[in-house]
Design a protein around this ligand. Structure first.
Ligand SMILES: *Cc1c(COP(=O)(O)O)cnc(C)c1O
Length: 379
């Protein structure tokens, strides 16, 4: 580590590896059929990993899914020539300029966008995905409106006014097999009799019923690519995923506590016996959740440790009583190696890894391979 605050070390090779694991997984389930193509989902700055710095790691995907036209333009400028899918709901289609050097796919989720397509013959040749509202109900068409809208878009497709047309669904609860089954059934009923490709499976759905996911036309994979199994690390069949992000910080001082002494705001942690506590330069002001107070996991010198006391804006405190060799300057891994997988940390914070990844603030320095001070993953 090269500076005082916490550091994110990002591992694009892990993303590349996870993508190839996913590809292999889809192939193994699509026996005798064409396996689904993969949209690598890179919204929210590639789940906090940095969209442009990690862009080349997505090279083997069939396309890149981002949330805004600005992100799409940045990826084009950085040399991304494969298809781009704009996930953002309710986009004003009349503001989209040319597709650039590769195809542009957009999600149509409201009637106004259908009007825009019908009334603007000069729009660039967009590939349209019609969104079904499903159980998520964040955007898209309810069952009764879906088919009529589809027929309007199909008419535009027949006239060559749009480059393609497909069915789009985003599940509300793909982690639960029974719920997923019901959501899949409703979606299939809604699109029954309508031709066209299907784009429906996120990471959890792809693992929960992989035979179905593998035989859709496109999956949309986010969290898997960053090294997290959304069904838990012990879900079978396991995928040999590698974490793509490590959060590290340094112990800058050590505090001795007498029995009965407290440490941290609110005096929530009080020593039962003599204690050694490491003060670590990382807090909620860096995006590390305050809910991760005693006893959230971390690791130091490859050994498990845990927090003791409340996380403050710039400091967290860890119990190193049993580790007398730990000294100021030692580096603590807060998540991302095999001793402290991010899903364990997320569980302790009552959240999910994607939220931890995307909450890290710009104050935290990001390191990529080739940067001075970059560290390879230790797992
Ligand atoms: C974020 C997102 C995904 C990817 O979800 P994961 O669970 O991370 O794989 C897929 N589809 C849509 C519409 C999304 O917004």
């Amino acid at each position: 580590m090269t500076h005082a605050g916490p550091e994110l070390h990002i591992h694009p090779d892990a993303i590349r590896h996870n993508l190839s694991v996913l590809r292999h997984h889809l192939k193994s389930y699509a026996v005798g059929q064409t396996p689904a193509r993969i949209w690598a989902v890179a919204k929210s700055d590639a789940y906090g990993h940095g969209l442009i710095p990690t862009l080349r790691a997505f090279d083997a995907a069939d396309g890149l899914a981002v949330s805004s036209a600005d992100d799409a333009a940045a990826c084009r400028a950085a040399g991304w020539h494969k298809p781009i899918l704009l996930l953002g709901a309710g986009l004003d289609l009349t503001t989209l300029s040319g597709a650039g050097p590769g195809p542009l796919h957009v999600v149509v989720s409201n009637p106004e966008q259908v009007n825009q397509l019908e009334h603007n013959s000069k729009l660039p040749g967009l590939y349209i995905w019609l969104r079904y509202a499903g159980s998520l109900n964040h955007a898209g068409f309810k069952p009764a409106d879906y088919a009529p809208t589809w027929h309007r878009l199909a008419a535009l497709h027949a006239k060559g006014r749009i480059a393609g047309l497909g069915h789009f669904q985003h599940y509300a609860y793909a982690e639960d097999a029974a719920h997923l089954l019901a959501e899949r059934r409703q979606f299939r009923q809604t699109i029954f009799g309508l031709s066209g490709p299907v784009c429906s499976e996120n990471s959890a759905a792809t693992l929960n019923g992989p035979d179905v996911a593998a035989t859709t036309q496109w999956v949309r994979s986010g969290i898997i690519l960053y090294g997290v199994n959304p069904l838990g690390r012990h879900h079978k069949p396991g995928l040999a995923l590698r974490p793509a992000m490590t959060l590290k910080a340094r112990i800058h001082a050590i505090q001795q506590l007498e029995p009965g002494e407290a440490i941290g705001y609110g005096c929530t942690a009080r020593a039962r016996g003599p204690m050694r506590v490491g003060l670590v330069h990382c807090g909620y002001g860096h995006g590390y959740p305050r809910t991760l107070s005693t006893p959230a996991p971390c690791s130091i010198r490859g050994r498990k440790a845990h927090l003791f006391g409340r996380v403050s804006m710039d400091t967290l405190t860890i119990d190193i009583t049993a580790q007398p060799d730990i000294q100021p300057g030692d580096v603590v891994t807060l998540w991302g190696d095999h001793t402290v997988p991010v899903d364990h940390v997320a569980q302790a914070a009552d959240t999910i890894p994607a939220q931890l990844f995307t909450a890290i603030t710009p104050r935290v320095r990001r390191y990529y391979p080739g940067d001075p001070g970059y560290q390879e993953p230790t797992a």
